[in-house]
Design a protein around this ligand. Structure first.
Ligand SMILES: *Cc1c(COP(=O)(O)O)cnc(C)c1O
Length: 223
């Protein structure tokens, strides 16, 4: 199915979810996650009007940037090794996976402009997941104020791999509360107004709970 056709269904679902959550669709941005698909398919997404693209590896990012000439916003959504920062950071607009001080320090050293960053939070506490424990997030963000290239625009999480709606909803609610708590502190370097949460399987619940960036791969661009 064409990306354009798939996207109609997704826009519909997003609109309904926004309504249920008492929100408007203008508050929600879709990051088209193109990490599994061909360059051609990624270009199709751009031609269908998607302006936020997500990749999780340097190689995929570079390849897609070579063929996509229109001005899209590039999101890096995977864990980022410090040694790759110098190659990645000036190719992207948003980083969704800031999770340690050593990474922040390296970004600050290599970035030529301000990078909009999400702090990745392991809300569900699963061992295999990247991200900070919720109780460490505030302290972590306070320590980032010395890095002038880093702006904390919000928090990101990956929900557990389950269809249990209660589990998913709780995860998103917890992240949303934490975001509000940090936002209220009024830190200049961390406005923390955004929530990057929701993927192909759970974006509707994420939107009901306040997501402002949903990262959708297979449901949107899957071949
Ligand atoms: C792959 C990936 C996505 C998209 O996953 P789908 O289930 O295909 O929508 C979103 N976020 C992150 C961090 C990912 O790695």
């Amino acid at each position: 199915m064409k990306v354009e056709e798939k996207s109609k269904d997704i826009f519909n679902r997003i609109e309904q979810a926004a309504k249920r959550g008492g929100r408007t669709t203008g508050e929600i941005k879709i990051v088209a996650v193109t990490k599994y698909v061909s360059n051609k398919r990624a270009l199709e997404a751009v031609n269908a009007g998607f302006v936020h693209l997500g990749e999780n590896r340097l190689e995929g990012l570079t390849e897609k940037q070579e063929i996509i000439e229109s001005p899209v916003k590039w999101h890096f959504i995977g864990s980022l090794q410090s040694r790759k920062v110098k190659d990645v950071i000036n190719r992207i607009d948003y980083l969704h996976s800031l999770d340690r001080l050593s990474l922040a320090k390296e970004i600050n050293k290599r970035a030529q402009k301000t990078i909009e960053c999400f702090v990745q939070v392991n809300v569900s506490g699963e061992d295999q997941k990247h991200g900070l424990s919720p109780q460490n997030v505030l302290n972590f963000i306070e320590q980032l104020s010395i890095y002038d290239k880093i702006k904390i625009v919000g928090l990101m999480t990956m929900a557990p791999n389950t269809h249990d709606e209660r589990v998913l909803r709780k995860c998103f609610k917890d992240l949303s509360r934490l975001k509000d708590e940090i936002h209220k502190k009024g830190y200049q370097h961390a406005p923390c107004t955004e929530l990057s949460m929701g993927m192909s399987n759970d974006y509707e619940i994420a939107i009901e709970e306040g997501a402002t960036f949903v990262r959708i791969g297979s449901a949107l661009v899957g071949e």
